[in-house]
Design a protein around this ligand. Structure first.
Ligand SMILES: Nc1nc2c(ncn2[C@@H]2O[C@H](COP(=O)(O)OP(=O)(O)OP(=O)(O)O)[C@@H](O)[C@H]2O)c(=O)[nH]1
Length: 306
């Protein structure tokens, strides 16, 4: 009997999952070695001295301190205890100061001599999450310039528009189009054109500092700069700084009818989202202003406040 118990304990201690078993009140009845070790290495005192500890109360305490994952865990476990859920599973981040980590929590149950017990296992799924994040980033980045692509731009602008609406703050959008880029491609080749697009993307990305800012490739030789919670005057300063830096790069475009260097035209619109239907109003305005900058001679900024 003793050796059979030892046998099963060794199996549970050898698995990579962190396992804890609780009773119907939430009191911990068993933990495996991985669970204790995780507590030990993460300054969690419950890991070693788990006897008499109520797991659900620990989740509730974490939830009360603002940990939404603690709240979710407690809700799932209670769902099994109340028999409103057959099993429960969720994924949560658990980052340490040194590394990003994610875990999957899975709760199942068993009965012994009329008593119900609940097995809560935690599995490290960091590698899978990292792959998912990398794929998501690839889907959001422009393949040539590595800045945000159109899809990312659309999502970001929608979120930022809604944030500024809630805050009753203005939002600016600058659409930037390189002048006579066809002439540059035709004269110096497509590869040189690609290099220029990367340089331009770098300049714009350097201007997007705050969490509400985003530089994106909007189309072929068109870029966009979203500046949330920003006044038109400040957006104009950014745009002028971009034109100055582009001029400093001194990129030849010998056949451009307006000069011999690569330049850009910019349309900037500022709107208060609370006064408008959607972010499409902002795009339409910035587009119109870009058209105005093109027809007014290029290498310039046209701006307007709604
Ligand atoms: N090298 C390169 N060129 C691109 C890329 N995407 C778009 N283009 C080129 O950008 C040029 C855009 O031409 P147009 O729309 O006529 O615009 P433009 O010559 O810049 O003239 P304006 O905008 O009127 O000043 C075309 O020659 C496209 O082939 C790209 O990824 N790489």
């Amino acid at each position: 009997m003793e050796s059979a118990l030892q046998f099963y304990k060794l199996i549970l201690d050898s698995t990579s999952e962190h396992i804890v078993v609780i009773d119907e009140q939430g009191d911990i009845q068993f933990v495996n070695k991985q669970w204790s070790n995780f507590g030990l290495h993460n300054e969690c005192t419950v890991g070693q001295s788990w006897k008499g500890v109520n797991y659900i109360s620990e989740c509730d305490k974490a939830a009360a301190m603002g940990d939404e994952f603690g709240a979710q865990a407690a809700m799932g476990i209670r769902g099994l205890i109340n028999q409103t859920l057959p099993s429960f599973y969720f994924e949560y981040p658990c980052h340490s100061p040194l590394e990003k980590r994610w875990f999957m929590m899975h709760v199942t149950q068993f009965e012994l001599d009329g008593d119900r017990f609940f097995i809560i296992s935690h599995q490290n799924i960091t590698e899978r999450k990292q792959v998912e994040e990398a794929i998501a980033n690839l889907a959001m980045a422009d393949g040539l310039t590595n800045i945000a692509n159109r899809r990312m731009f659309d999502q970001f602008l929608n979120l930022e528009w809604r944030r500024c609406k809630r805050l009753e703050k203005p939002i600016c959008l600058a659409i930037i189009d390189l002048d006579f880029f066809k002439e540059l491609n035709d004269e110096y080749g497509h590869q040189k054109g690609d290099e220029c697009l990367k340089l331009v993307a770098n300049l714009l990305n350097g201007l997007a500092h705050r969490p509400g800012d985003l530089a994106a490739r909007y189309g072929g030789e068109e870029f966009a700069l979203v500046l949330g919670d920003t006044q038109l005057e400040n957006a104009c300063t950014f745009a002028q700084s971009f034109l100055d830096q582009l001029a400093e790069l001194d990129i030849e475009n010998i056949n451009a009818p307006t000069g011999t260097k690569l330049s850009a035209s910019i349309g900037i619109a500022e709107l208060m989202p609370i006064d408008y239907e959607s972010e499409q109003d902002l795009i339409k305005r910035a587009d119109k202003l870009l058209y105005k900058a093109k027809t007014n001679g290029r290498n310039r900024i046209e701006l307007d406040r709604g």
